[in-house]
Design a protein around this ligand. Structure first.
Ligand SMILES: [Zn+2]
Ligand SMILES: [Zn+2]
Length: 348
C-alpha cells in the first residue's frame, strides 16, 4: 500500500521511513514529533522533539527541561522539513498546544490527528479540518453509545448541587493536563467567580495555562487539617482523580465527589468508582464528532487507532469509506494521565 511508504505503524508508534521520525513514540527514539503533552503521547528521553511551543513547555514542566537533547518548536500552521518530509502542525482542539501532524511527501498527505475533539473548548485552539489522503483518527469513544452532552449542562448540574448542598465541599476529579483547566474555565463562564481551590498537583500546569493567556480566575491551594474534616464547606475543589479517592479528601466537609470524564456517561463506571456526581466532560471526540469528522474530511483512507476501532470500521464499511485499524499499542484509552509524572508525584 503506497501510503505505508510515508507512515506505518510499528511497535514504537507511527513511523515515517523517508523522514526517519516517529509520531508520539512510546519509547525513546532519535527523532519524535509529539502531538500533545499527555503522558502516553509525550515521553521524555528522545534525542530530538518537534512540537508546538505549548507542548514543549508542558513537557518541560512535567519532565524537567532536560526531557530531550534538542527541541524544535513549530507554531500552528508552520511547515518544517524533516529529512525531506514536510510536517505541519495544526490545532487538534484536545488540550493546550495539541496538534494534528500533517505529513506530506511526494504528493501524498497523511494527517495524524493524535487525540482530538470538535466542540468548543475555551482553553485551546479549535480543531482545524485538513484535507488529506489519509486521516488517522483516535477511537476512544468510538461506539454509538458515546454521545456526550453539552458541557454547559454538566457544569450547571455541578453548580446546582453546590446550591443544594451548601454545607458540603464539592470535590471534582479532573486530569491534571487539560481537563482541570477546562473545568475551571467552564465554571468561570457559568458565572462562578469565587476562589476555586486546587490540589497542589495541579498548581504548575494551571500556572502554565495562565502564562499562556488562559484566564482561570482566582485560585487557591486546597488545604485543611489532614484529620477531622470540615474544610472548605460550600466551596469547589479540583483535584487529580486519584486524590479524590484517597485519604487526602477526608479533610473536606462531607465532600460530594464528582469526576469530569467522558467515561462518566457509563453509570456503572461512576458507581464502581464511588462517584456521587458524574460529569460527562470529555477532551475526546464522541461518536457524533468522530463520524461527522469522517464525513467532512472524506479522505481516501481512514486509519483508526487508540480505542474502539470495530464500531468505526463498521460505520466506514457501511458507507464504502475505506478504513483500517492500526492497532498501535502503548496509549491509554482513557487519559489515564500518569499523575506520577513530575507535576503530580505525591498527593499532599
Ligand atoms: Zn490526550
Ligand atoms: Zn491519547
Amino acid at each position: 500500500m503506497r501510503f505505508d511508504e510515508l507512515l506505518r505503524p510499528t511497535p514504537l508508534g507511527l513511523y515515517c521511513p523517508p523522514g526517519d521520525f516517529f509520531i508520539d513514540p512510546v519509547q525513546p527514539v532519535a527523532r519524535a514529533v509529539v502531538t500533545h503533552g499527555h503522558a502516553d503521547h509525550a515521553r521524555s528521553g528522545h534525542d530530538a522533539v518537534l512540537a508546538t511551543p505549548q507542548t514543549l513547555a508542558i513537557m518541560g514542566e512535567r519532565y524537567g527541561e532536560a526531557f530531550t537533547e534538542r527541541r524544535q518548536s513549530s507554531e500552528y500552521g508552520a511547515t518544517t522539513d524533516v529529512g525531506g518530509v514536510s510536517v505541519k502542525l495544526v490545532p487538534a482542539g484536545h488540550v493546550l498546544g495539541s496538534a494534528q501532524a500533517v505529513v506530506s511527501w511526494r504528493g501524498m498527505t497523511i494527517t495524524a490527528s493524535g487525540d482530538y475533539k470538535r466542540r468548543a473548548d475555551p482553553t485551546c485552539a479549535p480543531f482545524e479540518p485538513v484535507r488529506s489522503h489519509v486521516f488517522i483518527s483516535e477511537a476512544t469513544f468510538g461506539l454509538p453509545v458515546f454521545v456526550h452532552p453539552p458541557d454547559g449542562e454538566e457544569i450547571a448540574r455541578l453548580l446546582e448541587s453546590v446550591r443544594q448542598f451548601p454545607d458540603r465541599t464539592h470535590l471534582v476529579g479532573a486530569y491534571a493536563l487539560g481537563k482541570a483547566q477546562r473545568v475551571i474555565r467552564l465554571l468561570r463562564d457559568a458565572g462562578w467567580d469565587r476562589t476555586i481551590h486546587v490540589h497542589g498537583a495541579l498548581e504548575r500546569l494551571n500556572g502554565l495555562y495562565q502564562s499562556q493567556g488562559i484566564e482561570l480566575g482566582p485560585l487557591g491551594l486546597a488545604t485543611g487539617p489532614a484529620r477531622g474534616g470540615g474544610a472548605l464547606p460550600g466551596e469547589i475543589v479540583i483535584a487529580p482523580p486519584s486524590a479524590v479517592q484517597d485519604r487526602w479528601s477526608r479533610r473536606f466537609a462531607d465532600p460530594v465527589t464528582a469526576f469530569a470524564s467522558g467515561w462518566m456517561g457509563i453509570r456503572a463506571r461512576a458507581k464502581q468508582k464511588g462517584i456521587e456526581l458524574p460529569l460527562v466532560i470529555s477532551d475526546h471526540a464522541d461518536w457524533t464528532e468522530l463520524t461527522d469528522t469522517f464525513i467532512e474530511l472524506a479522505p481516501e483512507e481512514i486509519w483508526i487507532t487508540h480505542g474502539r476501532e470495530e464500531g468505526l470500521l463498521r460505520w466506514c464499511a457501511l458507507r464504502d469509506q475505506p478504513a483500517r485499524a492500526l492497532r498501535l499499542v502503548g496509549y491509554e484509552e482513557e487519559e489515564a494521565e500518569v499523575e506520577a509524572v513530575r507535576s503530580g508525584a505525591a498527593p499532599a
